[in-house]
Design a protein around this ligand. Sequence first.
Ligand code: ADP
Ligand code: ADP
Length: 226
Amino acid sequence: DGDISISNLEKVYDDGAEKTKAIEDLSFDIDSGEFVGVVGPSGCGKSSLLYLIAGFLETTDGTISVDGEPIDGPGTDRGVVFQDYALFPWRTVMENVTYGLEEQGVSKEERRSTAQRYIDMMDLGGFEDRYPKELSGGMKQRVAIARTLAYDPKILLMDEPFGALDQPLRESLQDQLLDIWRDLEKTVVFITHDVEEAVYLSERVMIMTRRPGTKKTVVPFDLDRS
Ligand code: ADP
Ligand code: ADP
């Protein structure tokens, strides 16, 4: 579970005065459990692609399917991790992590035990009652990852999640993410403008480029990780 199929995807932003073609005729498949990095310069359409897969944006044309079913808006099969963490500042670490489960109507006791499992997995034990402003950037992103993992999405969509962190912290979170990916068997789509990061993490890297005009392209290659 967790495969993604994108066919003839097109995204045009139209603000009335101007049309911007962000994605043009893009097709590719991502296998269940695959870790795919997406790299490319600013403005090439990476975020548009991610938020289309998330179901936050509507496609202009083409289809995105998850496990063979065309998506229809956001769903708990897909979890998103943002560069700026997007935690609820008025909620504690525990309350942030249980949030997604509340939405799903899970009982309070089960919410807490599930959240605790992911809090521990992200090395946040002891910080359950802290508020986001009391945490470092790296810790905030670990809370955000725990919050997303807690409702067990098959697919993790990550938008430059470590972009705001310094290099040593990035490296430790990259390794932690790889452990999670292996242990929990998630499909990961990971956006970054850092080619080295994409190559380090991914089984397959998609390179999106800005061509003259509006044409976008994707070039995958397989990395030998043996
Ligand atoms: P897959 O889904 O296995 O990646 P496809 O049949 O969808 O294969 O695509 C054939 C090849 O063309 C793949 O390497 C794919 O990544 C690449 N490709 C898909 N869409 C585009 C595009 N818009 N521009 C350039 N190459 C593309
Ligand atoms: P990236 O994530 O690679 O920087 P984006 O997906 O954010 O690229 O943007 C792709 C293109 O779409 C850019 O030309 C950007 O200016 C444009 N764009 C993104 N969001 C909007 C929007 N809400 N309205 C109009 N244009 C947009």
